[in-house]
Design a protein around this ligand. Structure first.
Ligand SMILES: [Zn+2]
Length: 248
């Protein structure tokens, strides 16, 4: 069956001298693995070799979902412009792509996740603060795949985290899937203590835009810990996002 879709390339590997295996996150079909025959030839149906973050309109053919689909066309939209100028922003985008690849299933569409991934790539490459955008995208991803932690109340006793209980201590526990209050923390050996700023930002994501770098790093560490628990391994790109480097 020939299918048209909109796609973002999230992984490529060389298949032969001239062809690539390309993992695409598509808007209406979900993630698909395709073979792009002849994509590395100077003249191909794909506007040149496909790279991670190539995006645009595709046509693909799949006879069976058990086998690789064949990419027939890829009309590439203009590439994100400045990704090569800012290594940290590029690493944040690669981390986003890795998480989409690891946490979504083939042929399981998430159109809203697709839209926010495209927007995340766009905004990051426009030079907006990459760490803030990465955190917001990671929270959207967790929500879309049904794994969003409870972030506005204690996941155990449901005490709400709000302005009236600012004296409460809050922790994050991956096993509890959310925040844990000071009264419950003893039951969760995997808990990590949160600063008040980090707990506030997690409870109200709007605060992330004005958060200090220290708070953003703290939250990203918590999210990486959570993704590591979900995947049973640390995401490959995690260390590039947490190592201190120049931040855009
Ligand atoms: Zn509690």
């Amino acid at each position: 069956m020939l299918t048209k879709d909109t796609a973002i390339c999230i992984r490529t590997t060389d298949y032969s001298e001239t062809s690539q295996i390309v993992t695409l996150f598509t808007r209406t079909t979900g993630k698909i693995s395709t073979i792009a025959k002849g994509s590395k030839r100077p003249k191909s149906a794909f506007d040149g070799p496909l790279e991670v973050f190539s995006h645009g309109q595709i046509v693909f053919f799949d006879s069976s979902r058990e086998k690789l689909a064949t990419l027939a066309e890829f009309q590439q939209a203009p590439a994100f412009s400045c990704k090569a100028d800012n290594l940290f922003a590029l690493n944040c985008c690669l981390f986003g792509a890795e998480l989409v690849n690891s946490l979504t299933h083939d042929y399981d569409p998430h159109p809203e996740l697709f839209d926010s991934f495209l927007q995340f790539l766009h905004d990051t490459n426009e030079g907006q603060k990459a760490m803030t955008l990465l955190i917001l995208f990671q929270l959207t991803l967790l929500r879309e795949i049904g794994l969003i932690p409870i972030l506005n109340a204690c996941a155990n006793c449901k005490t709400s985290h709000g302005p009236r209980v600012t004296s409460h201590e809050f922790y994050f526990s991956s096993s509890a899937n959310g925040l844990i209050c000071g009264d419950c923390e003893a039951s969760f050996p995997d808990k990590i203590k949160l600063s008040k700023n980090a707990a506030d930002c997690l409870a109200n994501a709007k605060l992330l835009k004005g958060a200090e770098e220290k708070t953003l790093n703290e939250i990203e560490k918590i999210l990486i810990h959570h993704f590591t628990e979900i995947l049973h391994r640390q995401p490959r790109m995690a260390k590039y996002v947490l190592s201190s480097g120049d931040r855009g």
